[in-house]
Design a binder for this molecule. Structure first.
Ligand code: NAD
Length: 483
């Protein structure tokens, strides 16, 4: 498919029957991070557009969404899954075009999107409640209480650039499965996949205002999270923006899925080949731009030399290039400033005593996959989130127990996921108890996420949980009928 086939020009934003035409000055051009070519255009929403959009979402919630039966919600989402399945390849190409992600990974992301939609559709049929007797004291009422889970109303969702489809589906699907309406602001760098999903949802039968999109960055984002009709803000993105949103969204529910600096820990009894393969896939996939990647690697000193030789040899063979080329292993970072920032941090770490084993070179927004050892514990590569293809490896020695390893693994402000490679049950139990994270994956990397299960972090990595079942709970509240 040629570039021109994918260019999407979305000059107007439908708010009900009223098309709001964005003046030229408020157009946002979406450029490919690979070659700078235009992939599409979206209009930037003003505060007045945001207000109209939320008002319509509220009306659609009251008049339509909250009146659907579980079967009707199932039908809508199941139909959406069929339409996404029909469009798998064009959607994968659009993700690669706008985000720079290699096509192999974009196809996996679309596959995940279909599964999230099918599982959410199925779950929509299982929304129920609980039954309690009211006769629990000496005062007999003869009543029985039904505890229903009811939708909240308008959900506001804000998503980051790196997973233009799956982060979007993790918000839209549970919102609609539970009878809410949703207003989504996708990342300004990668909004086009979300636009296509909203179009497919309309084709599946969704009325105006059930799932509306607004575009832009901070200003429409803040207008959305502070709107009085918004009942829950579901945010995925960086820690500073998450904290800002938490300070703005007063008297609203809030879910924050933020950054991470996930540790991967490899013990001396681990399957080395498997651990090396996972470390490479889960640090250098998506050019390192994922929240739950292998951001710090701790390897037992008995096997460190073999592990590092095997890993570095394979990292050097990774091929950067055009995201649409089937042979590319990694694409560019989303923007050149991100690559420059990482290059600066690598150089600073080397000045501070770290040893560069491979990579470190930058060409525009491409950064070579980089591996370092001897990185100081207080270096920014160990302390801050590293959103790019950079892997610091540190050795550990558990001869005197696990306290020091646990201290080092917990030694950042983040706490998203962690991973451990060992067969030792005592080690697994102790690390599960003491690692400050939302998940511990054993003999798997930290990027493993099962889309139905609770996903989220502790400390600065977030508040609340996503994943279909958990998000459906967050997007509903209990209402009691005593009868
Ligand atoms: P970002 O925080 O810069 O932007 C995220 C979204 O917030 C964008 O849509 C942006 O326009 C919007 N935004 C920015 N300022 C705002 C404001 N003041 N009010 C309202 N909205 C505002 O993040 P990014 O660079 O797009 O994505 C990378 C970050 O996302 C990383 O930190 C990564 O770890 C995190 N992330 C987390 C998860 C997770 O599930 N925990 C998943 C993917 C990405």
């Amino acid at each position: 498919m040629q570039q021109a086939d994918i260019i999407r020009q979305i000059y107007s934003q439908d708010i009900g029957n009223e098309a709001i035409f964005a003046p030229m000055s408020t157009k946002l051009e979406i450029l490919s991070p690979f070659d700078g070519q235009k992939v599409g255009t979206v209009p930037v929403a003003t505060a007045a557009d945001v207000d109209k959009t939320v008002q319509l979402a509220h009306k659609t919630f009251r008049d339509w969404a909250c009146r659907r039966t579980p079967f009707e919600r199932y039908q809508l989402l199941d139909h959406l899954a069929d339409l996404i399945e029909r469009e798998q390849e064009p959607l994968a190409r659009l993700i690669s075009q706008e985000s720079g992600k290699v096509i192999r990974e974009s196809r996996i992301e679309v596959g995940r999107g279909i599964q999230i939609t099918r599982m959410g559709a199925e779950q929509a049929r299982h929304t129920g409640g609980e039954l309690y007797s009211c006769d629990v004291t000496s005062r007999q009422t003869g009543l029985t209480a039904q505890v229903h889970r009811v939708p909240l109303g308008v959900i506001a969702a804000i998503t980051p650039f790196n997973f233009p489809l799956s982060t979007v589906m993790h918000k839209i699907i549970p919102a609609l499965a539970t009878g809410n309406s949703i207003v989504l602001k996708p990342a300004p760098a990668t909004p086009l996949t979300a636009v296509r999903i909203a179009e497919l949802l309309k084709e599946a039968g969704a009325p105006d205002g059930l799932c509306s999109l607004i575009h832009g960055d901070k200003e429409p984002g803040e207008a959305l999270v502070t709107h009085p009709l918004v009942r829950l803000v579901s945010f995925t993105g960086s820690v500073p923006v998450g904290k800002k949103i938490a300070s703005l969204a007063t008297m609203k529910r809030i879910t924050l899925e933020l950054g991470g600096s996930d540790p991967m820990i490899v013990f001396d009894d681990a399957d080395l080949h498997h651990a090396v393969k996972i470390a490479i896939e889960q640090r250098f996939g998506t050019a390192g731009q994922r929240c739950n990647a292998v951001k710090r690697l701790f390897v037992h000193k008995q096997i460190a030399a073999d592990f590092i030789v095997m890993l570095v040899g394979r990292v050097k063979a990774l091929r950067g290039g055009d995201p649409l080329d089937e042979k590319s292993d990694y694409g560019p970072l989303i923007r050149e400033s991100a690559a420059i920032e990482l290059e600066t941090r690598i150089n600073q770490a080397v000045k501070n005593g770290a040893r560069l084993l491979c990579g470190g070179k930058r060409t525009k927004n491409f950064l070579e996959p980089t591996v370092l050892v001897n990185v100081a514990e207080n270096d920014s590569l160990m302390q801050q989130e590293t959103f790019g293809p950079v892997l610091p490896i540190a050795e550990f020695d558990a001869a005197d127990g696990l306290d020091d390893l646990i201290r080092r693994a917990n030694g950042t402000s983040y706490g998203l996921q962690a991973s451990l490679f060992t067969q030792r049950l005592d080690v697994i139990k102790r690390l599960f108890r003491d690692l400050e994270t939302g998940t511990l994956n054993v003999n798997e990397g930290p990027s493993l996420r099962i889309d139905t299960l609770p996903f989220g972090g502790v400390k600065d990595s977030g508040l609340g949980r996503e994943g279909i079942y958990a998000a459906m709970r967050e997007m509903t509240e209990e209402k009691v009928l005593a009868l």
